[in-house]
Design a protein around this ligand. Structure first.
Ligand SMILES: Cc1cc2nc3c(=O)[nH]c(=O)nc-3n(C[C@H](O)[C@H](O)[C@H](O)COP(=O)(O)O)c2cc1C
Length: 189
């Protein structure tokens, strides 16, 4: 299995406004692969404008805010070498240009070269509550594909990590996820 890095991807929409979405970026040698399931705004944006920034952040409210729809208007600043934007609150980011597309009816793959990399803030170590928020955000983003019992079990397993190790930001992110889970108990299609 390839190494996958959970990142915030910023693309340009049809009006050249930033679109912020969490995605798992697949490492393939020197290339970074973006693999959005259809339908997806990120996918449509990449087909139109083949550039994206991959933002590496410890601000987990961005992940939770996007998947719950609670907040998507995260501050961004212009990118340096590609048309577009990056998340303002990221520790580092890569600027990506799509160099090839592997078509697929369900999940096409956009193969990107790294045009530019920059660091903005120090990384201050790992945290279990942040991990729990990322895991729960992924579970919630798949709520139409997974049985609701599996999602509830996942949240129950992850909740103690938040209780034991969260700061204010992680607690707020977790609350958004819990509320969204309670409000939309979708069964798999
Ligand atoms: C950590 C994390 C990783 C994700 N990775 C992917 C991914 O690789 N592909 C995908 O289609 N959706 C992924 N999702 C779900 C997307 O964020 C979600 O489906 C989103 O709505 C798609 O982006 P859009 O806003 O461009 O439509 C991920 C969610 C999280 C929280």
């Amino acid at each position: 299995m390839p190494f996958i890095r959970e990142a915030i991807v910023v693309t340009l929409d049809h009006r050249d406004r930033p679109h912020v979405a969490p995605l798992g970026l697949i490492e393939r040698g020197d290339l970074v692969v973006i693999a959005p399931f259809r339908p997806s705004t990120t996918l449509a944006n990449l087909e139109r404008r083949p550039f994206a920034s991959a933002c590496y952040t410890d601000e987990v409210r961005v992940f939770a805010g996007c998947v719950t729809g609670r907040r998507r208007d995260w501050p961004v600043v212009p990118t340096e070498r590609i048309p577009g934007f990056r998340l303002a609150a990221c520790l580092a980011h890569d600027e990506l240009e799509v160099v090839a597309v592997e078509p697929d009816a369900l999940r096409p793959r956009f193969l990107c070269r790294v045009v530019h990399t920059a660091q903005h803030a120090p990384f201050k170590g790992l945290n279990r509550a942040r991990f729990a928020v990322i895991e729960a955000a992924i579970l919630l983003s798949r709520r139409r594909l997974l049985p609701s019992a599996e999602i509830e079990e996942g949240f129950a397993r992850l909740r103690p990590l938040v209780d034991k190790t969260a700061g204010e930001a992680e607690r707020e992110a977790w609350d958004w996820l819990e509320k969204a889970r309670a409000e939309s108990p979708d069964e798999p299609r």
